[in-house]
Design a protein. Structure first.
Length: 512
């Protein structure tokens, strides 16, 4: 449900008497007020009503309600998003939503066709316990049917046109997509962020709003539409923040579709998708509102190992991505990493090369005054929190942790350009659609075969509100992947989050 306060309309304040039928002591007891409100409505496949009520959300009293409003085509195919299925970039998965259960198709390229498989979920698939579960009762909304088709015979780093649907339910507009570079190719440009969610486009009130989400998604759309090359997007957890209010998934899909429909939109599961009491999640919290990962895995099919195993590994260009789940158990002594990107905490933070809350490698200034992590003392991974894509920003703790080097609390996303010899990344941050700051760093790695395969450069700038360059300008060269070795994949460090401690990271990863 979304709501607006009628007092937001200036005309409401000009209310006057009109045909008063009720009087007390000769004075009119009722004022007739006129107001106009505009709502942003999307096709959620079911009838909608407008209800006028007083008393707020705690003690609502219905004054009037509209007749049900029907959508012209509740079965319309909508909200396309593209995802890679493997590292070859010759096949791409297209997923969309429709009110119709019959298989549909995607037509693409030179008269090629792929038919959809169809899935959905019901209230019985949601989790419940002694705690109320919005997904099971008052937050439930029928998700319709999720269609997914795999386009094959594609060429890496190539542009294609496509449309999806059927003659019976209608077709989408013609869409454009670009396949990513294949594994081992020379370069890759991608965007990464976590904790986006959504916000009403009409200033309505809803149960959970992420104020920076619209600015961030619009900034990325502008970057892509203005000719800036982007090969893929990685949204690393806390996807929609529907948390059991299921219609909000449709609003989130509507928000990202202009971007997710034209390049791979790769995702990771977060606590607000998976965690619930007595559901098997590592953290015993009600954070998913009873969804327990079911909605997320249905809306965003990734190249995973199986149901409720939402981790995977994929290569695009010269970069190897290992997507983990912090909501599931992990196994020690598995393959190690050099750079770890996290969401969940809603800001930007970067560490030293840290293991067990101790810095194993500190950056030093190079000849240009740039912070550099040298391979001679680089024996642990660098961590970066990038959960600043939409949810209300968190304040940093006052604790002076020696491993924390950079802290920025503004909305934004990570922009990366990787080649076989370097990786260049920028933290693009904005406030109310205005770009304000970037942050950058660099890590030198050993010149052996394993490390050289994933060598790179990370760069960014910090600007103040007026656009002036701040003192903190950092660069770091890094390896994105390393072979098996010591168990030092992640630091075990604590963040204070709304009154309780949250352990960010784990010791190692296992992909089954």
């Amino acid at each position: 449900m979304q709501a607006q306060y009628v007092s937001n309309d200036p005309e409401y304040l000009k209310c006057g008497k009109s045909d008063c039928d009720v009087s007390i002591a000769g004075k009119c007891a009722v004022k007739t007020c006129g107001a106009t409100l505009s709502f942003h409505v999307i096709n959620i496949r079911t009838d909608i009503e407008f209800v006028m009520f007083t008393g707020g959300f705690e003690t609502p009293c219905i004054l009037n309600r509209s007749d049900p409003i029907k959508f012209a085509n509740p079965n319309q195919p909508l909200y396309a998003r593209v995802a890679s299925v493997d590292s070859t970039a010759t096949s791409m998965r297209l997923t969309w939503v429709s009110g119709d259960r019959s298989p549909q198709q995607v037509q693409y390229g030179d008269a090629q066709t792929a038919h959809s498989s169809v899935s959905t979920f019901s209230q019985d698939d949601m989790c419940t316990s002694w705690l109320e579960s919005p997904a099971v009762d008052f937050g439930w909304h029928d998700p319709g049917f999720i269609h997914s088709a795999i386009m094959t015979g594609l060429r890496p780093s190539s542009n294609y046109s496509y449309k999806y649907g059927s003659d019976s339910v209608g077709w989408s507009d013609e869409m454009k997509l670009r396949t990513p570079p294949a594994s081992g190719s020379d370069e890759l440009k991608f965007l990464a962020y976590g904790d986006m969610g959504k916000a009403p486009l009409d200033s309505s009130v809803e149960h959970y709003t992420q104020p920076g989400s619209v600015s961030v998604i619009k900034a990325m759309e502008e970057e892509v539409s203005s000719g800036g090359r982007v090969d893929s997007i990685f949204h690393i957890g806390d996807i929609s923040y529907a948390t059991g209010f299921m219609a909000e998934w449709d609003f989130f899909l509507h928000l990202i579709s202009p971007l997710a429909s034209q390049l791979p939109y790769m995702t990771a599961i977060g606590n607000h998708e998976r965690d619930y009491i007595d559901s098997g999640s590592v953290y015993v919290t009600p954070d998913s509102g009873g969804e327990c990962g079911v909605a997320y895995e249905t809306y965003f099919p990734m190249p995973t190992a199986g149901k409720d195993k939402p981790w995977y590994s994929i290569e695009q260009g010269p970069v190897h991505f290992t997507v983990i789940s912090t909501e599931h158990n992990w196994t020690q002594n598995s393959e190690q990493v050099d750079l770890v990107l996290f969401g969940h905490v809603h800001n930007y933070e970067r560490t030293c090369a840290v293991y067990k809350e101790e810095c194993r490698g500190m950056p030093t200034k190079d000849s240009n005054g740039v912070d550099t992590y040298h391979n001679s003392n680089y024996t642990a991974p660098v961590h970066a929190v990038i959960g600043m894509a939409g949810f209300e920003l968190d304040s940093f703790t006052q604790t002076d942790n020696s491993w924390s080097l950079v802290r920025i609390s503004k909305f934004g996303y990570l922009r990366v350009h990787a080649t076989k010899s370097e990786l260049h990344a920028e933290i693009q941050e904005m406030w109310m659609m205005a770009s304000e700051s970037l942050n950058a760093w660099q890590i030198d790695v050993p010149n052996d075969v394993a490390a050289a395969l994933r060598r790179g450069l990370l760069r960014a700038r910090s600007l103040d509100e007026s656009g002036a360059l701040l003192d903190e300008t950092l660069e770091v060269a890094l390896a994105l992947r390393r072979g098996s070795g010591e168990d030092h994949a992640c630091a075990h460090h604590q963040h204070q989050l709304r009154g309780h401690e949250f352990c960010m990271g784990q010791e190692s990863y296992e992909f089954e």
